[in-house]
Design a protein around this ligand. Structure first.
Ligand code: DLL
Length: 432
């Protein structure tokens, strides 16, 4: 069984890798110059792409943040005419507007190549039957993994999310050998299949990602679903899934260095930290055509691992253990508390304070929002309360894309803060 999809690129290291990265970094800088706000920023800072002569020089370049992308909403961060963009995905923004990501044909081709590398690395190949149990809409996990899996020659079942019993029946009836979903949904699959009394004997491989998970969760998934579980990392700004992935060693994730120049920084000082030390991952994608990014602050906390991997591929990153900002990942969907605030403040029925409570019930994340009422808008009738609850949860679903439970509270009943408000109580427990 082949374990490399593109052995040359997957094992490229040392001077030859550095030379390729530098060449691609220069190309990326030229590409970024086509984005008006990058052009302006480089001009004001006196940055000229031709001054970047070594990989170390990347440290002279400014960081890019989600806020920068948000300022360019919707298409202001594109380096190519919209007519050359063949696909658009979005991911959460920090306010009411999402972060928009555009892809050229070359981008989609490159993205599929990276997914094919990952799937091949964990032993999947022609003959495998692959059920892709993630959202196929604007979320990058669906279509991104789908086309990569087809590229790798797998038989793909685009089952998307929902209807867990039917998902389980399909795994059993179609003889599915590999599944892809969030780790929390995989645990739910395990639980429901146990309740149904259904065995899934053909299942061998599980690819799990889009949210943080732990070694103990891996053991539980492997035991209950009787498969081998691999961690999959990515973010929409870098195409989506496929950025880094575990090999069969299951000891860190291989990040594709020919496509992503990776730095780990101290999130406060912005200075680089040593290999092995945890910090925020900053990525400069090296082949992105429609939406080049320079030193993008992912917000994800990890490290560049020391030492080499027996599989022969390049330097790995550690598991993602947290965020440097306040982004929450709920059932694989990213939510910023500022988005919630933005929605609530736009509704006249909502009073002054709110509180977000996150629990894990039956392995699934549940978000409850306690919202103080604005008395002026209530007749006091129960019917009225139900209408307002529905209105609030509907408005939140429109923006966040997730279901929430709304609990209406008397005005003045939620805590007030003298210092920085603490509006999120995450009761899911520490993963580590
Ligand atoms: O979650 C892409 C993806 C889809 C990855 C399917 C893996 C599988 P976004 O919706 O833009 O993209 O969310 C990206 O999710 O910055 C991390 O904070 C978090 N995240 C993704 N994968 C992992 C992981 C997709 N394996 C954000 N472990 C990232 C921990 C993860 N966090």
């Amino acid at each position: 069984m082949p374990t490399f999809w593109n052995k040359k690129m997957e094992t490229l290291q040392g001077d030859r890798l550095a030379a390729l990265q530098l060449k691609r970094l220069k190309w990326t800088l030229h590409q970024a110059q086509a984005v008006p706000w990058y052009h302006e920023r480089f001009k004001s800072l006196g940055i000229r792409p031709e001054d970047i002569r070594s990989l170390q020089d990347v440290e002279t370049l400014p960081f890019t943040t989600k806020k920068d992308l948000q300022a360019g909403y919707p298409f202001g961060s594109l380096a190519v005419p919209l007519s050359q963009v063949v696909r658009i995905h979005t991911t959460s923004g920090t306010t009411g507007k999402p972060t928009v990501v555009g892809y050229t044909k070359n981008d989609l081709d490159q993205w599929s190549e990276l997914i094919a590398r990952n799937l091949t690395m964990v032993g999947l190949a022609e003959g495998d039957i692959f059920q892709n149990m993630v959202n196929y809409g604007l979320f990058t996990g669906g279509l991104g993994v789908h086309y990569g899996a087809e590229r790798a020659g797998l038989t793909v079942i685009p089952s998307a999310t929902g209807n867990t019993k039917r998902q389980i029946e399909m795994i059993r009836d179609f003889g599915v050998t590999a599944i892809h979903c969030t780790p929390s949904y995989a645990l739910h699959i395990a639980e429901v299949s146990e309740q149904m009394g259904v065995d899934l004997p053909t299942l061998r491989t599980g690819l799990f990602g889009a949210e943080a998970w732990s070694e103990s969760m891996r053991s539980e998934l492997q035991r209950r679903l009787e498969l081998s579980a691999f961690d999959s990392y990515g973010l929409s700004e870098m195409y989506g899934p496929g950025v880094a992935f575990e090999c069969p060693e299951k000891d860190g994730l291989h990040i594709w260095h020919d496509c992503y120049l990776t730095e780990i920084i101290d999130p406060v000082t912005g200075e680089r930290v040593e290999d092995g030390e945890r910090g925020e991952m900053v990525i400069t994608p090296l082949v992105k055509e429609a939406m080049p990014l320079i030193r993008y602050r992912t917000g994800d906390i990890t490290c560049l691992e020391k030492g080499s991997c027996p599989c022969g591929r390049g330097q790995k990153i550690g598991r993602i253990t947290g965020r440097s900002d306040d982004m929450l990942v709920i059932r694989g969907i990213n939510v910023f508390p500022s988005q919630i605030e933005h929605v609530l403040r736009s509704l006249p029925e909502v009073g002054e304070q709110f509180m977000v409570i996150i629990d894990r019930i039956n392995y699934l994340d549940e978000m409850t929002i306690e919202v103080e009422m604005n008395r002026e808008f209530f007749s006091g009738e129960l019917r009225d309360l139900a209408r307002v609850q529905q209105k609030i949860s509907g408005a939140l679903r429109d923006v966040l894309g997730i279901r929430t439970t709304i609990r209406l509270m008397e005005s003045g009943s939620l805590p007030r803060f003298e210092g920085k408000a603490k509006r999120v109580i995450d009761r899911r427990g520490a993963l580590w």
